[in-house]
Design a protein around this ligand. Sequence first.
Ligand code: ZN
Ligand code: ZN
Length: 200
Amino acid sequence: MKAEELYTKDNKPTGIYFCSGCRKIYSIKGLAENCCLCRQCNNQIIDPQYDFQSVCSNCRSVNSERNKKDKLRNAERVTKPTTDFIYSEDFSRNEGYMTVDELEEEAAQDDVELPCYVYDCDSQNWGGIDIGDCLENEFQDWFEDAQDHITDYDGLYAFITEWNKKQTVTQYMVNYNRIYVIDEDRFNQLISEEQVVSHE
Ligand SMILES: [Zn+2]
Ligand SMILES: [Zn+2]
């Protein structure tokens, strides 16, 4: 950005400069000149919140694209999904969690190509009710250690333990470190493409 020097009322130079972009003041001319420049591409940034760590929006999107590709390149690849569910950020059905069959259905319905990769998921089974947490919750407004005075704790414990064994609630969570590649050629092309920095 252009560095402008400040002058006193009687036209004496002060040796103090300001950036004509954001009007921040500097005692060194070079700093004022480099103000409001992207530290990555040197493009001008017009942003009153500018600081020397700032990167322009174009570089930010290039960086995030590059980080994503790096992560994809380094991700572990599974030959088939680990669980019944996969995750794809390209589809909104069930917030992106689907079986592969459902993914194919969605793509056909929207008349779009299948994504070349999807993320693999981890599954977690619900362990059932935690008796300790339950009792603590029940007695939180009671006198201290009130839960120690309940009758037949062993009966409760035995019942809940058996009951917990019947539970089958499972949830699936995306694991961004594991991917299932659907179309090898398109995937390889995707991770090899380098986005070109454009300056408008
Ligand atoms: Zn500036
Ligand atoms: Zn930039």
